[in-house]
Design a protein around this ligand. Sequence first.
Ligand SMILES: Cc1ncc(COP(=O)(O)O)c(C=O)c1O
Length: 570
Amino acid sequence: MTPVSLPPVAMARTKRTRRAMTKTIPAIVSAGRKTKPNPLLLVLLLSLCLADTSGAATNPSLSPNTNSNTNANTKKRLNEETLNQNLLKMEYAVRGTVVIAADRIAGELRNGSKQTPTTTKKHPFSKIVYTNIGNPQSVGQKPLTWPRQVSALVDLPNEVGIDHPKAQELFPADAIARAREIKRGLGGHGSGAYSHSKGAACFREDVLSFLRQRDGEEVPTDIEDVFLANGASAAISHLLTALVSDPACGIMIPTPQYPIYSATIDLLGGRRVGYYLDERNKWNLNLEELERSLKEAREQGTNVVGFVLINPGNPTGAVLSREAVRDVVRFCSRHNLVLLADEVYQENVYDEDAEFYSCKRAAYDVGFLGSEPGTEAIELASFHSTSKGVFGECGRRGGYMELTGFDQTIKDQLYKLASASLCSGLNGQCMTALMCRGPSPGDESYESHEAEKTAIFESLKKRARIVEEGLDAIPGFSCQPAQGSMYCFPSVELPQGAIDRAREEGKTPDTLYALSLLERTGICVVPASGFGQEAGRYGFRTTFLPPEDDMARSVEAMKVHHQEFCERYS
Ligand SMILES: Cc1ncc(COP(=O)(O)O)c(C=O)c1O
């Protein structure tokens, strides 16, 4: 098997020891700064140029378009040719072509009132069912009450919040007490002030207590290794920025993968090194495939520096076994690769035979965490988020990165990078802390908070089953079990006529299919090609986040559409 969209490669990577690696990363980073500017720096410079347009307008040597105010035909300073070409190349399927079409149709549906009884209806449905993105509250999931109560009290000035005479009538005592504790922890500055660039210490303490509870007290933790971030996305981007130091750098990413990885690697000008997940085996990992992919990339001159694991999987829905997670940890240690453990779906495990097993715990269990700091046999960055689980607080932009086994110099550089954006949003930091430490047993909100979480979880589990079984039963579809996360990723047999038509129209066959599904049924999915897949496989990713009734109707509509689509193109 050859990866479909792997970029060309140029330079052979020599085998390095762990010690050499820890020396090399800072060296590459600083060398990159002296010789080849990092693409992010280019973006920064570009934005500085733009920020300085007033000066440029009066300085002809800086601005070739000095007449831009008087000549409308003069090319803009920033155009497709001058734009960072990595940005032009970058794609992000989850909000791509099909979603743009869906938004247009949604607008037309909103304006539908202009139709008269004599005009024919343009669309055979009354609403768009958005299943393209894991954004639970956008499709009806209610926020959990207690975290929002605490969060609101943290934001409100004391006199209209925690100290208001009627606060006790409106808010449970434990929400008021937690808000008071947080306000104290923020040093009296409240949520409107910048915090420490890694996040407020009181919030990071809550992350530590979560980690100790999850992985066991015996697994070492350090508050200085936890970085709160604007969602996992920001932390992933920071780590990749540190890793991709020149155009020969490669990061191993799963195929299929969540496109933040391909997009960020493209933006940074690095190389994607795809490894295939095994669809026939519930999208499991296969060590031989990892070795094949790494060997091939190195032979082609790629300096493979990192490895991304998404567990539970997006888009696959797979939950890896303990053995598979340990295999990955050993693989990364053996080949001196920084492991990026994307564990944002760690609470979304529905299969009773599956369990979430963190890479950190796996590293501890295989003996890689050493008894002394600095003796770890792995460099691991783990990510978690408030956007998933049962919180679904995507808009808060909360999450964290925990570093394990990195050199102090690298931690300092990552701290500097975080400092360059001052700090992550305080609402996101606060939500992360509340996700990590909820009310305790015996607290007024404990029972209701647990009940709300269980109701959301059970409903997700039910929807996972409805969609997975429903899709798998459609003739021409094959859908692996959704053991976890929020997605199904069926493969769909397409008639040759559709494949030919797509080629004529310059689209991928599954984009043609997804657009047809949207136009005929109003269901918005993401073509599988946006996540990467084996050549000749077609399909799409759907979430199971819309309400149960919508999901059941959607599966039925997908079945009818598939039959009609096949007839149309046969
Ligand atoms: C696997 C994976 N990682 C990271 C993210 C980003 O999450 P956040 O909202 O925390 O940035 C997502 C979002 O869907 C995801 O699916």
